[in-house]
Write a protein of this length. Structure first.
Length: 51
């Protein structure tokens, strides 16, 4: 199983962590951190009661 990451800013798919990090550094260095965080679909943890 390999590395796969889709750039949240431009939507390109990367199969290597090195190329992904280089892409972020070279193409999106002036982007705000908020643009890299998904607001919708974020995993929310809850405690479930089995009463």
């Amino acid at each position: 199983m390999g590395f796969t990451k889709i750039c949240p800013v431009c939507g390109q798919t990367y199969l290597s962590l090195v190329t992904y990090m280089s892409h972020i550094k070279n193409n999106h260095s002036k982007e705000s951190p908020e643009s890299f965080v998904k607001e919708s679909g974020e995993l929310k943890w809850t405690f479930r009661s089995d009463d």
